[in-house]
Design a protein around this ligand. Structure first.
Ligand code: 13P
Ligand code: SF4
Length: 399
């Protein structure tokens, strides 16, 4: 629960109405996206660059600007540090002197930063509509219903809930309260191994693809050890027998960007670019990941390209802003976007220069806008789930 959230206001007593910019919840085939064959939105008024520079200079060390790798160039140029969601949360925690943390990313990331920073530090999300459709696919009430279903099937006490970083703070808190843990795309294997030392089964939230890809490709489980729990169907759309037989109970959620890459796109690019290496994020569908040469988190993708030999060719299946930036920063390598019909992340791109300038100039004027605050109870349990991840060997040095 947060005091501010990217939800539309609702009348008291009514169900909250989320802002679903892309598909209708967890049905991947409903994702419409936007057709943008290789194009990013046009840059904002260049006059704003100078205003952002002046506001940031006026704030000095009182402000610390974090930029996720999927942010627009016009925003990333003002980031003091860049990184994936996990690295940015750690970076925020490492700056206790900064009064304001301006988070250029999405809502769940700003929540994690608020959880991991000191109480007096204020975390700001320049546009509250910068949510994440994947995080929205697992609501606390739905997860509590699912847990009751597992209890009715007699398996809740042997199941460890694991949530991807890309989830709301109250889902992280649910995991904390129930002996569970948070994972990221770079440590999902180590976290799942930890979970299976403590329980016989895992309930994996909210990205079925990261859960399946990690379980099958890294832990050696079979596809038939996995069952998909659909929160929109009674009993999750699975029988108690199926739940009892499964080892991985995968929540029916997906990323509206990575979930749309197709195996056909991999075949197409291999036919078009001789010798191309295909690298995809583990949020992609299993059929896509199986055809790729390399699979890895955002930080892994960046590192692999940095270390790749000059002249090598790559087709990358991740967010478009990052792929374009990698191509621009590595002109000695041929880097292309994997699929013509996948777009940039619409919600990440909500953070643009006008919103950043507004947030910074408001701070200069002494007004804190769009503060993200996680309540104390949620924070306490979410921190437990995050701390279990941070306590894994090697985790504090991992990027
Ligand atoms: P990471 O930042 O952890 O790589 O996650 C990818 C993503 O989709 C972020 O929204
Ligand atoms: Fe969410 Fe996917 Fe966008 Fe990341 S890229 S913010 S997981 S919709």
């Amino acid at each position: 629960m947060t005091t501010t959230s990217p939800e539309l206001p609702t009348a008291p007593g009514k169900r909250s109405l989320s802002l679903y910019i892309l598909g209708t919840q967890s049905d991947l085939h409903s994702e419409r996206g936007v057709e943008c064959p290789g194009d990013l939105p046009p840059a904002s008024d260049p006059g704003l660059v100078e205003r952002a520079r002046r506001a940031k200079e006026a704030l000095g060390s009182r402000v610390f600007v974090l930029g996720h790798h999927y942010q627009r160039d016009e925003v990333i140029q003002f980031a003091d540090v860049t990184g994936d969601s996990f690295k940015l949360a750690k970076d925020a925690a490492a700056r206790p002197d900064a009064e304001y943390i301006v988070f250029c990313g999405v809502h769940f990331m700003a929540e994690s930063a608020d959880i991991l920073t000191a109480p007096e530090q204020k975390v700001i999300l320049p546009d509250l509509a910068a949510g994440c459709s994947m995080a929205d696919m697992a609501r606390l009430a739905q997860v509590e219903d699912a847990w009751d279903t597992l209890a009715d099937a007699g398996i809740a006490d042997v199941t460890v809930p694991v949530t991807y970083m890309n989830s709301s703070a109250d889902i992280k808190a649910f995991c904390g309260r129930n002996g569970g843990v948070v994972c990221t795309s770079s440590n999902a294997q180590a976290v799942l191994e930890w979970a299976f030392r403590r329980g016989q089964k895992v309930l994996f939230l909210p990205d079925q693809h990261l859960g399946r890809n990690t379980a099958v490709l890294q832990l050696g489980l079979g596809l038939d050890d996995c069952v998909v729990y659909d929160p929109r169907r009674p009993g999750g759309g699975v029988s108690p027998e199926q739940l009892r037989a499964a080892t991985m109970i995968l929540w029916k959620g997906h990323c509206s960007v990575h979930g749309r890459f197709t195996p056909e796109a991999v075949d197409e690019v291999r036919g078009r670019i001789p010798g191309v290496q295909v690298m995809v994020h583990p949020e992609c569908q299993h059929e896509v990941v199986l055809k790729a040469d390399q699979i890895g988190s955002t930080e892994f993708i960046i590192r692999t390209i940095e270390q790749a030999p000059a002249g090598s060719s790559w087709a990358i299946g991740t967010e478009l802003n990052l792929v374009k930036r990698l191509a621009a920063n590595h002109p000695d390598k041929q880097i292309s976007f994997l699929e013509q019909h996948v777009c940039y992340c619409a919600t990440m791109n909500r953070i643009d220069l006008p919103h950043l300038v507004w947030a910074l100039e408001s701070l200069v004027a002494g007004e804190v806008v769009n503060q993200i605050t996680v309540d104390a109870e949620t924070e306490r349990y979410a921190k437990e789930a995050l701390q279990r991840m941070l306590d894994l060997p090697g985790e504090t040095s991992r990027d």
